[in-house]
Write a protein that binds this ligand. Sequence first.
Ligand SMILES: Cc1cc2nc3c(=O)[nH]c(=O)nc-3n(C[C@H](O)[C@H](O)[C@H](O)COP(=O)(O)O)c2cc1C
Length: 187
Amino acid sequence: MKKKLLVFTGSPRRDSNSAILAVEAARAARKAGASVEVINLSRLRVNPCRACDRCRDRGPGQCVQKDDMKKIYPRLQQAEAIILAHPVYWFTINAQTKLFIDRWYAFGADEYRCFKDKKVGLILTYADQDVFSSGGVNALRAYQDIFSYLGAEISGMVYATSAGPGQVKKNKTALKEAYNLGRELVS
Ligand SMILES: Cc1cc2nc3c(=O)[nH]c(=O)nc-3n(C[C@H](O)[C@H](O)[C@H](O)COP(=O)(O)O)c2cc1C
């Protein structure tokens, strides 16, 4: 059976640096024989969680909202590995990605079982000099708590400075790290 990797990108812009690294990771995973899907969250309609708790009665992934999460929930349940790739906005996880993560709340009726033992890869880009001054570290720290709570393993993270669109293409180290991350996640 082919391993399933879902790659979620969270940047709204063309020639997105974080998406370029994500696509590199996807390329490696496909080459390693995995089934890979790249999903651009910024093109989907993902509403904020309403905290209505109806999912607690309806069952895992059974959110009452009729938006694009309907088609994402079953795919998330099936994937063995996921990548979250996004820019740092205001020193942490960007809004497009955070809205998506909030909606995982709908799996809570099942105690988040579908995340247990999933492998997770993280890719962040930011304009500032390093992962500390950019605030990337705040996003990574949140992910440590999020995935520890969910029982999933963070297998690797790639982060890089890149300001203008497409700038990360010149960063051979980051491209290589993203490639290795994709391969590692499906090994
Ligand atoms: C709304 C907004 C907020 C941002 N906040 C930060 C920040 O806090 N720290 C930082 O280093 N860069 C910040 N940036 C810059 C982006 O993180 C940077 O350009 C990144 O490479 C964009 O990735 P992308 O090309 O995948 O969209 C911000 C950009 C925008 C549009």
